[in-house]
Design a protein around this ligand. Structure first.
Ligand code: PLP
Length: 341
């Protein structure tokens, strides 16, 4: 099966498995795990933040960020398609008691003007606008990259109005590799930022949330409350360190493979392919007369899997386990299904 469902499908390489198995470990909850400490040092330096905390997942990182910034009744402003609204089990409401103010905009990004219009003037009647969160790259937005100038404007406006800013950096390193804008340059604009190691970076577990020393001290309280404190987590952090050493620059290969996939699939007259900026290809299958679900069923029968995103949209994602050969084979099969072959 050529699984293009998501970059979460990557499996640890042999070398990564060795790094995991050989990691020096201690009790993470007591700050005694040297490999976790090393990872946090690396991420703090990479992001230019004061402190960081190791977490089992990006979802926990996003939710702890919301918990740090918001009190019950406060409002979180993010794109309508944001992971934090759509794929975290309603935790913004369930855990933080916060409200959601979804903004529209192309490719998972909103305009600065939309943010300006959404920030509420302080009044007794209204919820408090409290946090702005953006994704870099945008997930449901097709792996699109926020231009630095637009992030600066969004973060600047948030600051001007006394709002906190959070960067969902599940795929931040994809943006860094695609644009050359450093992770620290991004992170400087935000109060909190997280990196996920289980997406393009190809580790089986782990995320790091970074921010000021005060915020991260408080994040530790939430990590404990949520059951996110761990023991010999150096075995997890060892995979993440290996990913930082070996899997960052190669994200450029994933991006090249995604462009190749888009080019080949785009040759079918009935498939319309979205703009590829990083490792995601969005394919609209409407003109084939098949629903996205039926199209995907036919793909799966032939050994290719995509992710159904809407009634007529499929997402295909490239990652560590998907090389140019897999891309060519997947494209041929996709074009065959599109033309009823
Ligand atoms: C995957 C993802 C998350 C959540 O990360 P997990 O490690 O899967 O919990 C958050 N935000 C975005 C944009 C993601 O793609």
């Amino acid at each position: 099966m050529i699984d293009l469902y998501s970059d979460t499908k990557s499996r640890p390489t042999e070398a990564m498995r060795k790094a995991i198995a050989g990691a020096v470990v201690g009790d993470e909850q007591q700050n005694e795990d040297p490999t976790v400490a090393k990872l946090l040092e690396r991420v703090v330096a990479l992001l230019g933040k004061e402190a960081a905390v190791f977490l089992p997942s990006g979802t926990m990182a996003n939710e702890i960020a919301v918990l740090l910034h918001c009190r019950p009744g406060d409002e979180v402003i993010a794109h309508r398609d944001a992971h934090v609204f759509n794929f975290e089990g309603g935790a913004v409401a369930a855990l933080a008691g916060a409200m959601i103010r979804p903004l529209d905009g192309a490719a998972g990004m909103f305009e600065v003007e939309s943010l300006a219009a959404a920030i509420r003037p302080r009044a007794r009647l209204t919820p408090k606008s409290r946090l702005v969160s953006i994704e870099q790259t945008t997930n449901l937005g097709g792996g699109a990259v926020w231009p630095l100038a637009r992030i600066e404007a969004v973060a600047g406006l948030a600051r001007e109005h006394g709002l906190a800013a959070h960067l969902d950096g599940a795929r931040l390193m994809n943006a860094v590799v695609a644009t050359g804008v450093s992770a620290a340059r991004h992170a400087a604009l935000f109060d909190t930022v997280f990196l996920d190691f289980t997406k393009g970076l190809g580790a089986p577990f782990g995320a790091v949330l970074a921010g000021s020393a005060d915020l991260i001290a408080e994040a530790w309280e939430w990590k404990q409350r949520l059951g996110g404190s761990m023991r010999q987590a150096g075995m997890m952090a060892g995979g993440c360190l290996h990913a930082l050493d070996h899997h960052v620059e190669r994200l450029a290969d994933d991006h090249a493979n995604a462009r190749l996939l888009a080019e080949l699939v785009g040759e079918a007259a009935t498939l319309s392919v979205g703009r590829v900026e990083t490792n995601m290809v969005y394919v609209n299958v409407e003109a084939t007369g098949l629903s996205a679900a039926e199209f995907n069923r036919r793909l799966i029968e032939r050994g290719v899997r995509a992710c159904v995103i809407g009634p007529a949209r499929l997402r295909m994602v490239t990652y560590l386990d998907i090389g140019a050969d897999e891309v060519r084979r997947a494209a041929r099969i996709t074009n065959d299904v599109a033309s009823g072959r």
